[in-house]
Design a protein around this ligand. Structure first.
Ligand code: DGL
Length: 273
């Protein structure tokens, strides 16, 4: 296969549902020449409250589906899957994969001045301690304060972005993090970048927010560049979106995440994989 043929292959991106589109949106900006195949497991979302075994089994199926599309690289655009399953599945599949934890952890380390970092995410992500480990691998002097915020995902899914209820819940969840003098807060869940304004206001101007979607897009650009796999911008691009259940809700919420409507949406039976 020529290198051009390899470059033309799509990037495969999966998430437990719609949230991974925050990563897709960043890739559109940073790598406009790339073809993308996205799988959102909306039929089995959320992953964030499930066990490691189940999330790993779902992740295997998501990857097997993307491989059928002859993707050149896979992004686990789901913090929960990245946190509990990526290490296992990376050993099982012969394809380059990137999750969202390491880019987010590295960015937080670059930003912090006082070595006090907060992490918010789903129960699975926070319970796995994967952000803490990723941070401590680089610098074990950093103090990490982790907090699960399970209500944020349904709030975003229901379009409760800057409502009073969202501020109330955010204030309540984050009060412990406000007392521990962090200067950096990692948004360790695909949905949280949509709550940036609320989180900024609640945490105050001294706390820098790390958007793992943005950081992951930067990292994928670097990884593909090193492998000479970037597809140059300028030609036609194809973006295909697949979901594991009725696409109506996905189409509505997707617009919010992506900032534009999506075409090419197909339902698949993910249990076949
Ligand atoms: N995509 C998930 C994550 O980033 C959030 C939704 C879920 O719990 O499945 O952790």
């Amino acid at each position: 296969m020529t290198n051009e043929e390899l470059q033309n292959r799509p990037i495969g991106i999966f998430d437990s549902g719609v949230g991974g589109l925050t990563v897709v949106a960043e890739i559109f900006k940073l790598l406009p020449g790339e073809n993308i195949v996205y799988f959102g497991d909306v039929g089995r979302t959320p992953y964030g409250g499930r066990s490691k075994d189940i999330i790993t089994q779902f992740t295997r199926q998501d990857i097997s589906f993307l491989l059928e599309h002859r993707v050149k690289f896979i992004i686990a655009a789901c913090n929960s899957a990245s946190a509990v399953a990526l290490e296992t599945v990376q050993k099982e599949f012969d394809i380059g994969m990137l999750g969202v934890i390491e880019p987010g952890a590295r960015a937080a380390l670059n930003y912090t001045k006082n070595n006090r970092i907060g992490i918010i995410g789903t129960i699975a992500t926070i319970g796995s301690d994967s952000y803490v480990r990723a941070i401590h691998t680089h610098n074990n002097k950093v103090k990490v304060f982790s907090l699960a915020c399970p209500l944020f995902v349904p709030l975003v899914e229901e379009g409760y972005i800057e409502k009073e209820a969202t501020y109330l819940i955010a204030n309540d969840y984050l009060k412990t993090l406000k007392d521990v003098d962090i200067d950096t807060l990692v948004l360790g869940c695909t949905h949280y970048p949509l709550l940036k304004n609320v989180l900024k206001e609640v945490m105050g101007p001294k706390v820098r927010l790390v958007d793992s979607a943005e950081e992951t897009a930067c990292e994928i650009a670097a990884v593909l560049s090193v492998r000479n796999l970037i597809r140059p911008a300028g030609g036609d691009v194809t973006h295909k979106f697949y979901v594991s259940d009725v696409p109506d809700k996905f189409t509505q919420v997707a617009q919010q995440f992506l900032g534009r409507s999506i075409g090419n949406l197909t339902r698949v039976d993910i249990t076949r994989y």
